[in-house]
Design a protein around this ligand. Structure first.
Ligand code: AHR
Length: 667
């Protein structure tokens, strides 16, 4: 019998004893933490994050570029750009492709004018967010065709006021990059960028770009600092990237290909974002992937926030919800080679072919990738046919890299779901997959009822990765879903079960991660933002509580005085662990009931528990409560000292709450 099952049985037996001795609903719940019976180690990767460019999460979000369609490579080459003129200026704007800047950005714009003040205006991503006194770096590749005319660059407010102005000079007859800095005079979330020729002449422009000077770690081509901070504050065990469905693409031709996302930004060829036209109710015709945030930047991000990188690669299958195109089995080699090359890019010596490209980009030291996903949400025997040669080639060369097998989408949302998932689970276990990825987009009641989901799961050797999950308040991917406390609380209940099954479950992550307030396609999301601000949802704080209070070793908890809680019968969901470094016992308790629960907590197997500990409480008045830009901390954890505790003490868990108790121990 595995430890998870043992735990459940202990609870069940004790509950029966308690009920038969007349204690019952009204009695105080007893929580006995068995510090003398440590269980499985909890993997440092237990709580991680999953990033996908959905909801304008990368372009228009985490990637700090403020200009949309900077390289004129959208199918509608002038999308987001409008020709503008001032006074009597008369000019023209043409899209050309002769002698382009690079093969990856074949098009550029030619601006011609007979007088000063003719050019283009860019709308940004639903506007350009600028902060008063902050600096912005404007840059462009340009080629002087005639006149050697400087550019006048301006940030414009909603009532046409000029928020910042700078001049850019010095383009030559061949392509060269020039940059200048603008300082905003006022804060404006929906500014626009105006680029004007300042005299009669002709100029070619490409990669017209505007970045805040302050990016994460002040890197050029960098990331939005406030958004990365949310990720860093989760102290995630890993980062799964770059998707999700965008890995697969609607067609194989629009799948994610990591090699197109490295090197200089102007060498990265743009493709359509799969979420551009996925949901008719949330169309995003201006959603493309520039790959300014590419694999090198993902690896750097992982390093910055201390997360294990977990790239997911296409295995010769386009999204099965869309075209379901397959690479023929005898033409799989390029896909396999991409995977092999990626490991060399990330882990190889700087003298290896792909390691040299990493070093050239500025990182001679390897990134040390330990995990790699083979496909995202695939199903059917066609997946196994591709998974097998993939895994063989990778394991032959890199046996140390743990490979993740996919088991399809949530069984409730795709055709023949449960059968498909069971088929792949069985096959992957037979094939001794290192790790099996499972996804759950369900209603909150399912999460409340499924804290024991993995208790009786077959322990075959393969570990489990809960690679995407989120409680859906209305329905899967419904535009009416809310990031409310009911969903967050239910996820917390489920997460106690993931942790209690730490011998099997080694990783998990909420999905999706980011949502732009005005440009999202999928809700709920963990972190919301607009052009200037951002906030963590109640769900975010649940993730953070579990991640920051993980502990290293599981401690069993014997619970008496309540039946195992469900959606119909609320109660306490409990998990406990020990933090080896701080010598603390961590007790995480989710009270799903509408009233406080007084309980007697006992710690067995330690000589002493210090009288002072720490309590962190995440609670809300109503299940419908949620955070927002206006009230970003409506549901947020409160940390305070915990006094008068010991090896036995009474504690009242607030109604609808997630509580973490940290108890210092001796012996
Ligand atoms: O998280 C949103 C999408 O849900 C992911 O792209 C996909 O893997 C799942 O179907």
């Amino acid at each position: 019998m595995n430890r998870g099952m043992l735990h459940v049985c202990v609870i069940a037996i004790l509950s029966i004893v308690v009920c038969s001795t007349g204690l019952g609903q009204e009695s105080t719940v007893q929580l006995v933490v068995r510090a003398d019976r440590p269980g499985a180690a909890i993997s440092p990767t237990m709580w991680g994050i999953f990033f996908e460019d959905i909801n304008f999460g990368a372009d228009g979000g985490l990637y700090a570029e403020l200009v949309k369609n900077r390289a004129f490579e959208f199918p509608n080459a002038l999308m987001a750009w409008t020709p503008v003129k001032q006074g009597a200026a008369f000019g023209s704007v043409e899209i050309l492709d002769q002698s382009p800047l690079t093969a990856a950005t074949p098009r550029y714009v030619r601006i011609k004018t007979n007088d000063a003040s003719y050019g283009l205006m860019n709308d940004g991503f639903a506007g350009i967010g600028v902060q008063r006194r902050a600096e912005y770096v404007f840059s462009a590749f340009g080629r002087d065709v005639e006149g050697r005319i400087p550019l006048r660059v301006e940030l414009i407010g909603l009532s046409e006021q000029i928020l910042a102005r700078a001049t850019l000079k010095g383009f030559e007859t061949n392509w060269s990059r020039r940059s200048t800095t603008l300082r905003a005079a006022a804060t404006e979330p929906r500014a626009r960028l105006r680029v004007l020729l300042d005299g009669a002449g002709t100029v070619d422009l490409d990669m017209v770009s505007l970045f805040p000077k302050k990016t994460w770690k002040d890197r050029p081509n960098g990331l939005r600092a406030d958004l990365v901070q949310w990720l860093a504050d989760l102290k995630p065990g890993f980062l799964r990237f770059p998707g999700g469905c965008i890995v697969e693409g609607r067609y194989l031709s629009t799948r994610y290909q990591w090699k197109n996302t490295i090197g200089k930004p102007e060498e990265r060829r743009l493709i359509i974002n799969r979420w551009n036209d996925e949901f008719k109710h949330r169309p995003a015709p201006d959603y493309f992937q520039t790959f300014g945030l590419g694999f090198y930047e993902y690896f750097l991000l992982c390093e910055d926030i201390g997360a294990e990188p977990m790239p997911i690669l296409n295995c010769g299958m386009a999204c099965q919800f869309n075209s379901a195109e397959l690479a023929p089995l005898d033409q799989l080699q390029p896909y396999i080679q991409d995977a092999l090359d990626l490991i060399e890019f990330a882990n190889g010596l700087a003298t290896s072919a792909w390691g040299a490209k990493r070093a050239e980009m500025g990182h001679p030291k390897p990134f040390n990738v330990k995990y790699l996903g083979v496909g995202n949400e695939q199903w059917g025997p066609q997946y196994i046919e591709r998974y097998v040669p993939f895994v063989k080639a990778l394991k032959d060369k890199y046996p140390e890299v743990q490979l993740i097998g996919a088991t399809g989408s949530d069984p409730q949302i795709f055709p023949n779901g449960p059968k498909e998932v069971e088929f792949l689970q069985k096959k992957l276990k037979e094939l001794k997959a290192d790790i099996i990825d499972e996804h759950f987009y369900r209603n909150p009641d399912w999460f409340l009822d499924s804290a024991g989901h993995y208790n009786n799961y077959e322990r075959s050797g393969s570990k489990v990765f809960v690679g995407e999950y989120a409680a859906q308040s209305v329905g899967v991917a419904s535009p009416d879903n809310r990031n409310n406390w009911k969903c967050a609380l239910a996820e917390a209940a489920f997460m106690t079960g993931l942790e209690r099954n730490a011998d099997l479950v080694m990783m998990s992550c909420y999905a999706p991660l980011f949502g732009h307030e005005n440009r999202w396609q999928w809700t709920p999301d963990l972190i919301w933002f607009d052009n200037l601000q951002s906030y963590g949802t109640a769900n975010y704080y649940v993730q953070q509580l579990f991640s920051l209070n993980r502990g290293d070793v599981l401690l069993p908890v014997e619970i008496t005085g309540q039946e195992p809680p469900t959606s119909k019968q609320p109660g306490l969901y409990v998990t406990s662990s020990r933090d080896e470094k701080s010598n603390e016992i961590i007790l995480k308790v989710v009270n799903s009931a509408p009233q406080p629960a007084t309980s007697q907590v006992k710690i067995e197997g330690v000589r002493r528990v210090a009288r002072r500990g720490t309590q962190i409480i995440l609670a809300a008045e109503k299940l419908t409560d949620e955070n927002s830009l206006a009230e970003p901390k409506k549901v947020a954890p409160v940390t305070s000292p915990l006094r008068g505790v010991g090896t036995s003490f009474e504690y009242t868990f607030p109604a609808y709450s997630v509580t973490v108790l940290r108890l210092k121990t001796r012996g």
